[in-house]
Design a protein around this ligand. Structure first.
Ligand SMILES: Cc1ncc(COP(=O)(O)O)c(C=O)c1O
Length: 401
């Protein structure tokens, strides 16, 4: 994994240790090549491989090499955002008349891209319950070109059996893409299970500080070269060198932050499991999670995002969330800060028995403080309030997040 080395270091060593690099006067972190253009000494002797930063930039390339190594891929291509990476990855695998199978709880932005964008170009999409390999297999048609996965999913944290999906897809020459943002490259490496392309929103854990947007697609040289030339260069959603530098800095502490976030999230999920008004804690690290065994078999750890299903109205949920001290109300995840979001009522809620879905991102704060902060939940939801208007959809449009 160590770039330019025969050794195969573990992630902590890999992100913390670089070889001395004479090209940059021994600078310990790669400089920001703030250039659009790279000139040649002679017309027919370029002398280096860079031409123009939309086609490649040394700082961005350094990040790409590291991401590829962390995900056990041959190559990576960075993008301006996770959505730019996702849309380019999907576009690179389908043509007019093709069919896509997508997990039904996929990130909302991806679903909107499929629904509003790809259908314009004659690509059909079937959404399936990703927890069932039978449902995925049954949805396969003669013109299925892609199975798009996200494991775990963004709101209920349901898993897909990645090895089984690969087996079903490969038998019919269907490509597979997975959004691996939640687990990060530290805790799940789908390329090792045979998935064709992994996409990440680097905005989340890799950046880690809620101050930079970025995305990446990782896979074989063949697939990435094809995607780089057409879907990356021509759509033009490229990453800037300054963004790449911030992401390289974030990556230095990625395994460290993941370890801490994962432990704190586990502590919080276990705490929530003891609270009577919480009917369900959606977090695959819990032994009570219906897919915990599968999680153990294909993941090495868990991310910081979870959801709780609380018996109570949306008004109660919002009132509880509004008085928390250490959870800021907001979208996204993977930064240093704890976040909370009232998503909406769960689908099987009724006016007589409202159940609110609340999503929480556990940050780097001390979990003892976080538990003290959320411990008001039971008394808060016990207070009788008039049932809210039944709203089974999401509370507001999270598609653009
Ligand atoms: C699971 C997941 N994938 C992709 C994205 C899109 O990433 P970005 O906001 O960097 O475009 C998000 C954003 O919230 C996400 O949660």
């Amino acid at each position: 994994m160590l770039l330019n080395s025969q050794k195969n270091p573990l992630p902590f060593t890999f992100v913390a240790h670089d070889k001395h690099d004479e090209r940059h006067q021994g600078a310990v972190s790669i400089p920001i090549y703030q250039n659009t253009l790279f000139s040649y000494a002679k017309s027919d002797e370029p002398g280096h491989s860079f031409k123009y930063s939309r086609m490649g930039n040394p700082t961005v390339q350094e990040l790409e090499k590291r991401l590829a190594a962390l995900e056990y891929g041959e190559k990576a291509q960075c993008f301006a955002s996770g959505m730019a990476a996702i849309s380019a990855a999907i576009l690179s695998t389908v043509r007019t008349g093709d069919h896509i199978i997508c997990v039904d709880q996929v990130y909302f932005g991806t679903r909107e891209f499929l629904e509003f964008f790809l259908t314009r170009y004659g690509v059909e999409v079937t959404y399936v319950d990703g927890t069932s390999i039978d449902k995925i297999t049954e949805a396969i048609r003669d013109n299925t070109a892609l199975i798009y996965l996200e494991s775990p999913t963004s709101y209920y944290f349901q898993l897909q059996d990645l090895a089984a999906c690969v087996q079903a897809a490969k038998a019919r020459s269907i490509k597979t893409i997975i959004d691996n943002t939640w687990a990060s490259p530290c805790y799940q490496n789908p390329l090792r299970l045979g998935i064709d392309l992994v996409v990440h929103s680097l905005t989340k854990y890799v950046g880690g500080h809620s101050d930079v947007l970025g995305g990446a697609v990782i896979g074989s040289s063949e697939l990435i070269d094809q995607l780089s030339r057409i879907d990356h260069q021509l759509l033009g959603g490229v990453m800037t060198p300054h963004t790449a530098s911030l992401l390289l800095r974030g990556m230095r502490t990625l395994p460290l932050r993941m370890e801490r976030l994962s432990q704190s999230a586990q502590t919080m999920a276990e705490y929530f499991s003891t609270v009577p008004c919480i009917k369900k804690v959606n977090f695959p690290g819990l032994s009570a999670h219906p897919q915990h065994e599968l999680a153990l078999s294909q993941m090495g750890g868990y991310g910081s995002l979870m959801s709780i299903e609380v018996e109570g109205t949306l008004e109660q949920a919002k009132a509880w969330v509004d008085q928390l001290d250490y959870f800021r109300i907001g979208l996204s995840f993977g930064g240093y800060e704890s976040l909370v979001l009232v998503v909406g009522l769960v689908p099987d809620a009724t006016p007589e028995r409202p159940i609110s879905l609340i999503r929480l991102n556990i940050g780097l704060e001390d979990p003892a403080d976080l538990i003290e902060d959320v411990s008001s939940i039971h008394s808060f939801f016990q207070q009788k309030q008039s049932p809210g208007i039944l709203d089974t959809g999401f509370d507001f449009n999270i598609a653009s997040v």
